[in-house]
Design a protein around this ligand. Structure first.
Ligand code: CIR
Length: 267
């Protein structure tokens, strides 16, 4: 790993306001639609929590044409060393990289485009101190993952292709990094052995939706409404900030997808 900095130290983030069309966001099941007001309230709390954690948050305007564009994690990947514009695996989200490109070109000296014709959603990418894991899923195919690995190598990091459990939207739907050597994971993902080199904290059965937590500096944001997970992490001495995710959860989203996060070196 070339970056000397901890992978959860962030001073910069990009988020995008929800559009009114967010009620039409993609979902795999038969969930009722979220309300715009409900999503907006969760998003406002998220921005506040990020700022409280010491992050400078850039808030982009809503994009009505793209109901899922609030989930800025999926069309791009960012590191201190540069940004990569991806190609989301859902047709309705294909225009999102182009929409966020001007912001990234303004904020990063290096912005790479995913070469080839493959697909990658940023939700399938977990950055760890050992390297960058790219989960193959219904949204991220082998061609996309291999092209992304080349881009990641160009930025001086190491990538590894891994599997996402069947039926799970994104790799990070089922896991998150808690600190330099600890991963929070569902049992079904941990069973694949992908985290054998990490300390693994396994999500209690029935609370799988809590696996997408978000470590930001000294704080660990955890989806609220998962009491056993919250208690377990609290006992492990993480500084927990419970976050409401019931509305964005209706369109299969969690905490990581709401932002692009990186450490920006002083100029
Ligand atoms: C979608 O299906 O693309 C959105 N409704 C949810 C995206 C969640 N993104 C993420 O976990 N990175």
């Amino acid at each position: 790993m070339s970056s000397p900095r901890s992978v959860y130290r962030f001073n910069s983030a990009i988020v995008r306001e929800p559009s009114r069309s967010v009620v039409d966001g993609l979902r795999a099941g038969e969930h009722a639609s979220p309300t715009y007001e409900g999503v907006k309230a969760e998003h406002d709390d998220y921005i506040a929590a990020m700022r409280d954690a010491g992050v400078k948050v850039t808030v982009l305007p809503a994009l009505e044409t793209f109901p899922d564009s609030i989930f800025v994690e999926d069309p791009a990947l960012v590191f201190t060393e540069g940004a990569i514009l991806l190609r989301p695996g859902a047709v309705s989200r294909l225009g999102e990289p182009e929409a966020i490109a001007p912001t990234l070109r303004h904020m990063f000296d290096t912005v790479l485009d995913l070469p080839g014709n493959g697909y990658v959603d940023g939700g399938d990418v977990l950055t760890t101190p050992k390297g960058v894991m790219i989960g193959l899923s219904a949204r991220t195919d082998k061609a996309g993952a291999e092209a992304l690995a080349v881009c990641i190598d160009k930025l001086g990091r190491k990538a590894e292709l891994v599997a996402t459990p069947e039926g799970v939207l994104h790799f990070k739907t089922d896991c998150s990094l808690l600190d330099e050597e600890t991963v929070l994971s569902t049992a079904r993902l941990a069973r694949s052995g992908v985290f054998k080199d990490f300390r693994q904290i396994i999500i209690p059965e029935g609370e799988e939706a809590a696996a997408n937590a978000l470590r930001v500096n000294d704080v660990l944001m955890v989806p609220a409404d998962h009491p056993r997970t919250l208690e377990m992490l609290d006992k492990l001495d993480y500084r927990i900030v419970p976050m409401k995710t019931a509305e964005i959860g209706k369109i299969d989203a969690g905490l990581s997808c709401l932002s692009l996060r990186w450490y920006r070196e002083a100029e």
